[in-house]
Design a protein around this ligand. Structure first.
Ligand code: R1P
Ligand code: URA
Length: 288
C-alpha cells in the first residue's frame, strides 16, 4: 500500500507548483532536453515552432513548446549530481505523484530525458569538436551511497576496478543509460563511457593553484579496461542522471559536446558552435 507523502518531504509551493523547479504537471512535456547552463535553454527553444510556457527559479530555467510538432520541454539543471538528484526527483513527482492527494499514482509514466552538455575528452583520438553519446556513466561522486539499486556484473566490475585504480575509499558507481534512446539519438555520434566528477578541477585532474590528490587521474581513468569497456570523457552530471533514471523508471541519455581534449590540451575555438550542432542533432532525432 502506498502512503501519503508528507508536506515536509515533498514540498509544493502555494501556487501548486513543485518546490525547486516551480513547475506544475501541465507545464512538462514527456520529452525533456536537459542542459547545465541556464542560458542554453533559449539556445534550444530558439528552434521551437512555438513556446507555450516559460519559468525560471534558481538554476532551473524551463521553456516548453513544440519542435516540428513534437512537444518538448527544455530545462537547465546547473552543475553537479546534487542538482540532478533534485531535478530528477521533482520531474518524476510531476508525473508519478498526485500533487493534490500526495499519493503515488497507480500507473507509472516514464519520461524521455536527454542531457545536452559540454565535456572534456580523456582520449587523444576524441578531439575537441566531437559529439559523443554516453553508453555508461561512472559516478566518482558519492550520490549512490544514499540510494540502493541493482547493478549488472559489468557495472559492478567497472566500479570496483575504478575504485582500485584510483585508490579512493568510497565505491564509485557505473550505470548504463537508456538503450532505446541511444539507438534513436546516438546515430552519427561517437559512443563512449563518461566519468562524472564532483568538481571541475582536481576531480578531473586539473591543477590551478592546488595540487590534486590524484595528479595522474586522467592517465589512471583513460587506461581502465574491463573487457571492451573504456572511459572516454569527463563531465559532472551523467552518472547521476543514469542512476536516478534507473531508480525512478525513466529513459535517460546523455549527449556530450566535447569542448576540451585533456591529452592534447586543446580547447575548442568555438564551443558554442559544437553545442549548437548537438542541439540541432538532438531536436531532429527527437522529431523523426
Ligand atoms: O555544459 P554543462 O551541461 O554544464 O556540463 C558540463 O559543464 C560544466 C562545467 O563547466 C559541468 O556542468 C559539466 O558537466
Ligand atoms: O573538461 C571539461 C569540459 C566541460 N565540462 C567538464 O566538466 N569538463
Amino acid at each position: 500500500m502506498s502512503k501519503r507523502i508528507p508536506e515536509s518531504e515533498l514540498i509544493i509551493n502555494s501556487d501548486g507548483s513543485i518546490y525547486h523547479l516551480n513547475l506544475k504537471p501541465e507545464h512538462l512535456a514527456s520529452t525533456i532536453i536537459a542542459v547545465g547552463d541556464p542560458d542554453r535553454v533559449e539556445k534550444v527553444s530558439q528552434y521551437f515552432d512555438t513556446i507555450e510556457f516559460k519559468m525560471s527559479k534558481r538554476e532551473f530555467v524551463t521553456h516548453t513548446g513544440t519542435y516540428k510538432g513534437k512537444r518538448i520541454t527544455a530545462i537547465s539543471t546547473g552543475m553537479g549530481t546534487d542538482n540532478i538528484e533534485i531535478f530528477m526527483t521533482e520531474l518524476d513527482a510531476l508525473v508519478n505523484i498526485d500533487l493534490e492527494t500526495r499519493m503515488p499514482k497507480e500507473s507509472h509514466t516514464s519520461l524521455n530525458i536527454i542531457r545536452v552538455g559540454t565535456s572534456g575528452s580523456m582520449q587523444a583520438d576524441i578531439p575537441a569538436g566531437s559529439m559523443l553519446a554516453s553508453r555508461y556513466g561512472v559516478g566518482l561522486d558519492t550520490l549512490m551511497a544514499y540510494y540502493t539499486t541493482d547493478y549488472t556484473d559489468l557495472e559492478a566490475n567497472v566500479a570496483k576496478a575504478i575504485q582500485k585504480k584510483l585508490g579512493v575509499s568510497f565505491l564509485p558507481y557505473c550505470i548504463e543509460g537508456s538503450k532505446v534512446l541511444l539507438k534513436r539519438l546516438g546515430n552519427g555520434l561517437l559512443i563512449g563511457n563518461t566519468a562524472t566528477c564532483p568538481g571541475f578541477f582536481a576531480p578531473q585532474g586539473r591543477e590551478v593553484r592546488l595540487k590534486p590528490a590524484i595528479p595522474d587521474i586522467i592517465e589512471r581513468l583513460s587506461t581502465i579496461s574491463v573487457g571492451d569497456f573504456k572511459m572516454t570523457n569527463f563531465e559532472m552530471e551523467t552518472a547521476g542522471y543514469y542512476a536516478m533514471g534507473r531508480l525512478l523508471g525513466h529513459e535517460v541519455l546523455s549527449l556530450n559536446a566535447i569542448v576540451a581534449n585533456r591529452i592534447t590540451h586543446e580547447f575548442a575555438k568555438d564551443s558554442y558552435a559544437i553545442v549548437d550542432q548537438l542541439i540541432k542533432h538532438t531536436l531532429d532525432k527527437i522529431a523523426e
